[in-house]
Ligand binder design. Structure first.
Ligand code: FAD
Length: 407
């Protein structure tokens, strides 16, 4: 089971297939749903994930003492493929769970013992307490403070755009612990318990008429010292680990249409929609559809290249492109859907599911181009870290945060 006891690919494949045959009932797929649901797992999903975690299929590349098998990335992929082939959720969390991976990499032993299992089994819900009214793209400008008092920190401040805060049990929180050092050097990273009197959550209404994100007001909230990740004032480094996971997930992940109207699985959705609308022969639309599909294919080829590089132990500059590319693809697809529907896209409501979907996807495309770092910030990262362009001028990175001027 451990890397000291290597197992061949064939033996591993047989083992996972056998386990799935004994435990997974394909008919339960609808009830269980997928782990792409980030919050509020059903009881059926929790029960299934419990089995997957206990059998060590959830995070096989992790160490044996933490629910893993110490397998290589390529062997872990065998497990992901076998689960996917029967549509069983729960495998591959060593790639997809930003909460669990951040905790494993930087958490204290007591916190890992307390929360790694429940996170992998979706028994606890999580949220990200990063953005503030005055700090979004420039997260190092946060003003929420955490002060050590005995065996715990006392936290005061305000967060905003916090997805899932209303049901979360813990939030990954960044807060300022030293005001007399430059802004990146005085930040700490915590797992903050959300269900306590010092945390008040107020939902915000989104342009899609949903309310997934919230304002969070924090007044004398208590965070045990064990819930500090990576040590006092080293939170910026921990944040980089967590953001890298978040961006790679957002690069892979996109919400589909909302209406529930049936969409073709046999051919590209845009082609099927154009066929249904009787406009597939329109030469201008064909160009647009072809271009949107080409972007998607190119992105998946790039992703495959990145993954192949990662498996060989090197990183690829193309890795930084994933999230930005996905955001462009979502905007393009939504625009072409609207063009295919023409005037029909002006309708709304359940009587017009195709129009409802096109409008929802148009508005929701901003999720990916703002959340987890805006498109402009992704371009800055690519310019500076991949293309080697000069850094943006910054006037406040070497003075104590206390002296940074604000408007
Ligand atoms: C759907 C969704 C979910 C989210 N969920 C969460 C969450 O769970 N937790 C959380 O903490 N936050 C969350 N956010 C917040 C998100 O991370 C921030 O909105 C984002 O980082 C931008 O910050 P801001 O809104 O303060 O915009 P600002 O930083 O004020 O930016 C405003 C505009 O200026 C541009 N800009 C800013 N700086 C630069 C620069 N240096 N160069 C070029 N352009 C620049 C930006 O690109 C943007 O267009 C979510 C946002 C969305 C849309």
């Amino acid at each position: 089971m451990s890397s000291e006891n290597p197992v061949s690919d064939d033996v591993l494949r047989e083992e996972v297939r056998g386990w799935l045959a004994d435990n997974w009932i394909p008919e339960q797929a609808a009830a269980v749903g997928g782990t792409e649901r980030i919050w509020g797992a059903s009881d059926e999903l929790k029960a299934w994930l419990g089995k997957v975690v206990e059998a060590r299929w959830a995070v096989p590349s992790w160490p044996v003492e933490w629910f893993g098998r110490g397998l290589s990335a390529s062997q872990a992929k065998i497990i992901i493929r076998e689960f996917a082939s029967v549509r069983a959720p729960g495998a591959g969390q060593d790639r997809s769970s930003m909460w669990a991976n951040t905790l494993l990499a930087r958490g204290t032993e007591p916190l890992k013992a307390k929360l790694l299992g429940p996170i992998l089994k979706s028994e606890v819900d999580m949220c990200l307490l990063y953005s503030e009214p005055g700090a979004g793209s420039d997260l190092a400008g946060i003003r929420t403070r955490a002060d050590l008092q005995g065996d715990h920190f006392v936290v005061n401040g305000q967060k905003v755009w916090t997805s899932g805060a209303a049901i979360a049990d813990y939030g990954m929180l960044i807060a300022r612990t030293d005001w007399d050092v430059p802004k990146h050097a005085g930040i700490s990273f915590f797992f903050c318990p959300m269900k306590q009197p010092g945390i008040e959550v107020r939902p915000l209404r989104q342009i899609t008429d949903e309310s997934h994100f919230n304002e969070v007001f924090i007044t004398d909230a208590i965070v045990p010292a064990d819930n500090l990740l990576g040590g006092v004032n080293t939170g910026w480094k921990v944040l980089q680990t967590a953001l890298a996971y978040e961006r790679s997930i957002l690069g892979d992940f996109a919400r589909g249409a909302r209406s529930g109207a049936k969409e073709s699985r046999k051919e590209e959705v845009l082609i099927a929609l154009a066929r249904e609308a009787g406009v597939l022969e329109d030469p201008a639309l064909r160009q647009e559809i072809a271009q949107a599909i080409a972007y998607k294919k190119l992105n998946s080829l790039n992703n495959a290249r990145v993954k192949a590089d990662l498996e060989q132990g090197t990183t690829s500059p193309a890795m930084s492109l994933g999230k930005l590319a996905m955001s462009r693809i979502l905007h393009e697809e939504a625009r072409v859907r609207t063009a295919i529907l023409g005037a029909q896209s002006l309708f709304e409501g359940s009587d017009y599911p195709r129009a409802e979907d096109a409008n929802f996807l148009t508005l929701n495309a901003y999720f990916t181009s703002i959340g987890g770092g805006t498109d402009q910030i992704q371009r800055n990262i690519i310019g500076e870290r991949v293309l080697g362009l000069p850094k943006e001028p910054e006037v406040d990175t070497s003075i104590p945060f206390r002296d940074v001027r604000t408007s």
